[in-house]
Design a protein around this ligand. Structure first.
Ligand SMILES: [Zn+2]
Length: 52
């Protein structure tokens, strides 16, 4: 069983559905598993350090 937390683009309500229960706007997946901007940044830094 896998659950994805989604967040409304419009009112930032968290939901498990594709549509926000509050306003009906499409809700994006809030935290894709194993892929976050922070991980990407850390990987980028490591690469920079290797090249120097
Ligand atoms: Zn909403």
């Amino acid at each position: 069983m896998r659950s994805l937390i989604r967040k409304c683009r419009n009112c930032y309500t968290y939901t498990m559905k594709e549509q926000c229960p509050e306003c009906g706007t499409f809700a994006d997946v809030a935290l894709p598993p194993r892929y976050s901007p922070l991980d990407r940044f850390q990987r980028f830094r490591l690469k920079m350090e290797e090249e120097e």
